[in-house]
Design a protein around this ligand. Structure first.
Ligand SMILES: Cc1cc2nc3c(=O)[nH]c(=O)nc-3n(C[C@H](O)[C@H](O)[C@H](O)COP(=O)(O)OP(=O)(O)OC[C@H]3O[C@@H](n4cnc5c(N)ncnc54)[C@H](O)[C@@H]3O)c2cc1C
Ligand code: SF4
Length: 619
């Protein structure tokens, strides 16, 4: 038995010793020239001796308590809250962040017999609470990091001026956005579930150095990682079928492919006409009932939304409940970690975090695992600096936050003669990997894939985004006719490319910016390597060729956006162009009947769709 009523025996012992110390010191004070003691004849010399002894014992006991508190990591003044564990009880692991990474590790550790507390800054949302509310999701930024409470700053290169970093994807969202709820990005993601290929782990050895970059091999190989890929696919539930360029897999996909969509059929036709090899897109969505969850209901509100049917295999519906079922894992939502706590010996003792009422607590743990994504992980490590680790934790290399990489994104939109009804079902069903590997013959580094989808499949998004062909009227009868005709006839081929590791591209702490909790915020510095832009342009042209061969009556390239240069052209500040653009869009809203109260918010965001380093989802 090491606890009584959830309070550890160490804490009880420390409290008792503190009480005795206080009693001894109080007695010493009482004896100080006490007239009663003088009257009963206690001689001054005896009284002083007793008094000195009491003070010495009291001070010794106090020193003992302070040292014990330091050694065990207890910090005076933090309150106790508890569900499964309380903070004074030292758990084996604290995990910061419950997303794609944290949710998986929680299960592995809990199943292996360890006690685990997962601290997640966002709320826990149950399946029945997810809504198909486009406005709230994309413009309100629900369940995302918010510029109003957690701002960030941006530099378009090491020598560029510092700019505000928010409000590009939608008014309510930060430039570098991520999902902020139990399950993290895995709840809302598109669900493409690509594996890396063996070449990804040894590109430096195969291709050599690339000037201006820190390209290195991974310290592990694909073969070493393969069993874990397989376990993840079976734990979560992934639907697919191996394609011609797939790496070796030790087990088949756990579920058959999802039904092909119109975009997939047309994409396949166009790609084959070019001599390419289209394949089934592996998706982290279940095509058949699996482990107590129902198959995808093809509701159409998929990428960017939570799945009320629990068919999207997010950690929220898979590994997290599995971890909790062990009775050894507690998911503590609304818990924002501010610092990793360290003892004087340089060992972690747990983490400090704010609860929903912004009261600070210490959760004690033997080890801390930080799974707070590509932006918040370096921020937390850098903010946890101590006199012993002045440059932040785990940063003896000085590399924390550096070599930031985003995946490049470009695409081609196309309108077809007949309805495709792409607003149904999941986002992606077909893709190509023909250009995945880097090919020196192209004259630049890089590789990637293209998938068939329709990002504009949500009606408000379609009406306000760049989903009508260039030159289309922005209001009036023809605008309405185009909206109604094209909505069901448009699709896009979406390009995803590599991003090179450049040392000056980084997450660092902004010296002047603090969030609502008083914690220093992060700053993003990003400028593309020229090869990244060349690769994007190359694959964007392939995407256009595929759409043309598929029979599109009109194609256009609306975005190509890994670049901070492109990001700077985003209409996220009230420049004259932004205001003109916003006014045109406001007219669209006015005419197409979107609620007017959205106007004020629409002024700071119009067309951008998560493109550019300044408006990126962190992966
Ligand atoms: C719209 C969208 C579509 C995507 N589509 C795909 C796709 O098709 N395929 C693909 O492979 N990837 C996709 N991604 C990317 C993918 O979601 C991320 O790569 C993945 O979720 C990253 O996992 P993670 O665990 O590192 O971080 P996250 O999933 O972001 O989880 C981190 C968690 O930590 C929490 N956190 C952060 N800081 C703290 C703190 N201080 N205290 C407590 N909690 C904290 C966050 O709130 C968050 O819940 C997509 C992302 C988005 C947003
Ligand atoms: S399309 Fe399928 S997986 Fe996606 S949210 Fe709807 S039901 Fe869930």
């Amino acid at each position: 038995m090491d606890a009584i009523f959830g309070i550890s025996l160490t804490s009880i012992m420390l409290s008792l010793i503190a009480l005795v110390a206080i009693i001894f010191l109080l007695l010493a004070v009482i004896m100080w020239r006490n007239p009663l003691l003088v009257r009963i004849g206690l001689r001054n010399v005896v009284r002083r001796k007793v008094q000195t002894t009491l003070i010495v014992i009291g001070l010794m006991l106090s020193t003992l308590i302070i040292s014990a508190a330091f050694a065990t990591g207890d910090t005076v003044g933090y309150s106790i809250t508890n569900d499964l564990f309380n903070q004074l009880e030292e758990v084996d692991f604290v995990i910061v962040g419950s997303g794609a990474a944290g949710g998986v590790i929680a299960k592995q550790l809990a199943v292996a017999g360890f006690s685990v507390v997962v601290l997640e800054q966002g709320p826990r949302i149950e399946a029945h609470e997810f809504r198909h509310d486009e406005y709230e999701t994309f413009w309100g930024g629900s369940y995302s990091n918010q510029p109003s409470t957690q701002p960030q700053s941006f530099k378009a290169g090491p020598d560029a001026p510092v700019e505000p970093g928010g409000g590009t994807f939608a008014t309510g969202m930060n430039g570098v956005g991520y999902h902020r709820l139990v399950g993290g990005g895995s709840v809302m993601f598109t669900s493409n579930y690509w594996r890396f290929k063996p070449i990804d782990f040894m590109e430096r050895s195969v291709l050599g150095a690339i000037p201006g970059t820190g390209l290195e091999d991974w310290p592990i190989t694909y073969e070493e990682l393969e069993p874990y890929y397989t376990q993840a696919e079976w734990d979560l539930g992934v639907s697919g079928e191996p394609g011609p360029f797939d790496p070796y897999r030790s087990r088949p996909y756990p579920l058959p492919p999802l039904p092909v969509k119109s975009s997939g059929v047309l994409f396949e036709r166009g790609a084959r006409a070019l001599g390419l090899n289209p394949q089934v897109a592996p998706m982290c969505i279940i095509s058949e009932p699996y482990k107590g969850r129902s198959a995808c209901q093809h509701c159409g509100y998929c990428a960017g939304f939570g799945c009320e049917h629990r068919s999207k295999s997010s950690t929220l519906f898979t590994t997290i409940p599995d971890a909790e079922a062990t009775g050894r894992c507690e998911i503590r939502a609304d818990s924002y970690v501010s610092q990793i706590a360290m003892n004087p010996q340089g060992r972690t003792t747990g983490v400090l975090y704010f609860d929903a009422d912004r009261v600070e607590h210490l959760q004690r743990a033997r080890a801390v695992i930080v799974c707070a994504n590509g932006a918040e992980t370096p921020r937390l490590l850098l903010n946890s600096h101590t006199s012993r680790f002045p440059d932040g934790l785990a940063n003896s290399s000085g590399h924390v936050g550096k070599y930031l990489m985003f995946n490049g994104n470009a695409g081609t939109n196309g309108v077809f003669e007949r309805p495709l009804n792409e607003w149904k079902s999941v986002m992606v069903t077909r893709m190509i990997w023909d250009y995945y590997d880097s090919d020196p013959a192209r004259g630049f580094y890089g590789g990637g894939g293209i998938d068939a989808r329709f990002w504009g499949g949500y009606p408000i998004f379609f009406g306000l985004g760049d989903y009508l062909p260039p030159g289309s009227p922005m209001w009036g009868r023809e605008f309405r006719r185009l909206l109604s005709h094209n909505y069901s006839r448009t699709m896009n081929a979406d390009v995803h490319t590599t991003s090179l590791p450049v040392e000056t591209n980084r997450i660092e702490i902004d010296p002047d910016l603090v969030d609502d909790w008083g914690l220093p915020c992060f700053r993003v510095t990003y400028k593309d390597h020229p090869d990244d832009l060349a690769m994007l342009a190359f694959l964007a042209q392939v995407a256009t060729d595929i759409m043309d061969e598929a029979g599109a009556i009109e194609t256009w390239k609306p975005y190509m956006c890994a670049s901070s240069v492109l990001a700077r052209t985003q209409p996220d500040v009230l420049s004259p162009q932004t205001i003109r653009l916003s006014m045109r869009r406001w007219l669209r809203w006015a005419i197409s009947g979107v609620p007017k109260n959205a106007l004020g918010r629409s002024l700071r965001n119009t067309v951008s769709s998560g493109c550019g380093a300044k408006a990126s989802w962190i992966s």
